[in-house]
Design a protein around this ligand. Structure first.
Ligand code: KIV
Length: 263
């Protein structure tokens, strides 16, 4: 049975941690679902970890729809959350709705959009038209130029106040989930305690209803060094490199293909 928003709400109410992991293709989606991940996030981080850009902003709506469809084919049970890429939600609520449609049609069950109180009208419009929304606040990577880099947000009292108000406004507008990224722990903890929807943290707080990480950071296939908010559980890049160099040697030395691999 496919995980639904109702299931996530029940997990939140029962204080059962929600495990979220990014996913961009069918193979890893299959493995992640089998490993017990509750929510697969097709994040626009794919601009960096898959496409090799230095920010998520070059990712297009067509890119997102392509990866959402691939993840859905690989994992039929996990809840599927998809990012609205840069420029597709910083428009009118009506245009945002139109932009969200291909992601829902590709298999997403909820869309995630970045921003503060200014996004409340858009959230309300989407929700009233049947599209569940996860609001992403704090260090919203699409605004990294505005922030002067990928920096912790909400340290100054006024900034903390703005984020607190944004969380309340977005939830009031109908956001069914709140993702907090790279914020001071006490602030994220306070917000998680104030809103009545599941909260997902990354560099936020263990008080959130769940946590999200980027797959490539978890398995050691991402950039070195890692940002502080990430945790690496292995370094598969080393093992993968060894396997590929064994293949290179086999071909160069004529060991592969042997008769066993020929018809
Ligand atoms: O794009 C992404 O992967 C994200 C997570 C890191 C929260 O937004």
């Amino acid at each position: 049975m496919r995980t639904t928003l109702t299931d996530l709400r029940k997990m939140h109410a029962a204080r059962q941690p929600i495990v979220v992991l990014t996913s961009y293709d069918a193979s890893f989606a299959r493995v992640s679902q089998a490993a017990g991940v509750d929510v697969l996030l097709v994040g626009d981080s794919l601009g960096m970890v898959i496409q090799g850009h230095d920010s998520p902003n070059p990712v297009t709506l067509a890119d997102m729809a392509y990866h959402v469809a691939a993840v859905r084919r690989g994992a039929d049970r996990a809840f599927l959350l998809a990012d609205m890429p840069f420029g597709t939600s910083q428009v009118t609520p009506e245009e945002t709705f139109r932009n969200a449609v291909p992601l829902i049609q590709a298999g997403a069950q909820m869309i995630k959009l970045e921003g503060g109180s200014e996004m409340a009208a858009t959230v309300s419009f989407l929700v009233s038209r049947g599209i569940p929304v996860c609001a992403h606040i704090g260090m919203t990577p699409q605004s990294h130029h505005q922030f002067g880099g990928f920096r912790v947000q909400g340290r100054a009292p006024e900034a903390a106040q703005r984020l607190t108000e944004a969380a309340q406004a977005l939830v009031q507008a109908g956001a069914a989930m709140l993702l907090m990224e790279c914020m001071p722990e006490p602030l994220a903890r306070a917000i998680a305690g104030q809103v009545d929807v599941p909260t997902i943290g990354i560099g936020a707080s263990s008080a959130c209803s769940g946590q999200v990480l980027v797959l490539q950071d978890v398995i050691g296939l991402g950039p070195v060094p890692l940002p502080r908010l990430a945790k690496r559980y292995d370094h598969v890049a080393g093992g993968i490199g060894q396997m590929i160099s064994a293949y290179v040697q086999d071909v160069r030395s004529g060991i592969f293909p042997d008769l066993q691999h020929c018809y």
